[in-house]
Design a protein around this ligand. Structure first.
Ligand SMILES: Cc1ncc(COP(=O)(O)O)c(C=O)c1O
Length: 332
């Protein structure tokens, strides 16, 4: 099939990586989705207004990127299995039992993306939701369904200029109040409140603190700092989502720089004293931070460690480094 030209594909190609961020708005007229057990035109992938997940946020999701390699004439899906394995953990938290397995979803995703015939960077959004039409507050014995859709998408934020971030007055949801380890849709009200306030105040992103006041993560990304020549990231106990990119970078840093990343508590004021800070995640990839709460980070320019890491990471994502070929799944 030929490439679909959705409004998003026109907005975001990976060629235009220095451009300002664009908010994807999806066309429902083009493309396909996996819905209720089969691949259907996007316009047919619709749920009832009575769907449980719509009312109570009883769904979990993933975000997966695909990187187009023009030389290889290949589209590579990044860490496909790792994302579905994390989704399976979210299923357990939400007592979900969809009929698809992790293996099924890896295969279905490749087939769905292939059907679009993309020759550009893409984003895949799998969702598992409580599909029952009921108002009963429960997790058990409700029908669970999987939907997957995909669209062309390049950079989500400016990954070169350096992001201006602030610490949010909204605290990161605590693991005992909300299962932050699961990527649960309802929990994203926490992220939305923080990033919306940050944007309204002129910042690119919000950093949320834990209830103890230590650094947790961004609205949809994890965070690393470089202090006194050492790299550190908030520990898993800091109410973070266990980011696939975070894990990937910890390994990459070890292999390429011979450095062990400290996973520890990070104080808010350590952000002001860091030589470099970067955000990481499927969406933001590896994005340098130039200021926190109006305080310059290091020289105020993207730092050398961050940019070297970004270069290594993106090359591996695009299937350009044999050593990391197991990160990616070819679509064609
Ligand atoms: C709250 C939050 N933290 C961190 C991340 C980064 O996770 P990953 O690297 O798996 O995309 C995301 C993105 O999925 C997120 O939504």
């Amino acid at each position: 099939m030929t490439q679909t030209n959705t409004s998003i594909s026109q907005l975001n190609g990976h060629e235009s990586k220095a451009e300002a961020p664009k908010i994807p708005v999806l066309s429902l007229e083009e493309g396909y989705a996996y819905f209720e057990g089969s691949v259907v035109p996007m316009s047919e992938a619709k749920v009832s207004v009575a769907t449980h997940a719509l009312h109570y946020g009883t769904a979990c999701f993933e975000g997966i990127r695909g990187y187009w390699n023009d030389t290889h004439q290949q589209l590579y899906l990044l860490k496909l299995r790792e994302h579905y394995e994390r989704m399976a953990n979210s299923w357990n938290v939400l007592r979900m039992h969809p009929k698809e397995t992790v293996d099924d979803l890896c295969r279905i995703t490749v087939e769905l993306v292939r059907k679009h015939g993309y020759r550009q960077d893409v984003y895949v959004r799998p969702l598992t939701y409580k599909a029952a039409r009921t108002i009963k507050l429960t997790l058990s014995s409700l029908e669970d369904a999987v939907a997957i859709y995909t669209f062309a998408m390049g950079n989500y934020v400016d990954i070169e200029a350096g992001l201006k971030v602030c610490t949010s007055s909204w605290r990161r949801a605590n693991s005992n109040a909300m299962p932050v380890r699961a990527k649960v849709t309802g929990a994203y009200i926490n992220s939305s409140l923080a990033v919306d306030d940050a944007n309204a105040a002129g910042f690119d992103e919000a950093i949320l603190l834990t209830h103890d006041g230590t650094v947790s993560e961004g609205s949809s990304c994890n965070l690393f700092i470089l202090r006194n020549g050492k790299l550190a990231t908030p520990a898993l106990s800091e109410d973070i989502l266990e980011g696939v990119t975070r894990n990937t970078l910890i390994d990459l840093i070890h292999t390429e720089f011979g450095m062990t990343v400290e996973e520890r508590r990070i104080d808010r004021t350590e952000l002001y004293a860091s030589e470099e800070i970067f955000l990481c995640g499927t969406g933001v990839q590896v994005s340098p931070v130039s200021s926190v709460d109006h305080r310059q980070v290091g020289s105020g320019k993207p730092g050398p460690i961050t940019m070297k890491l970004q270069e290594l990471y993106l090359a591996a994502c695009r299937g350009e480094n044999e050593k990391y070929r197991d990160w990616v799944t070819p679509v064609y």
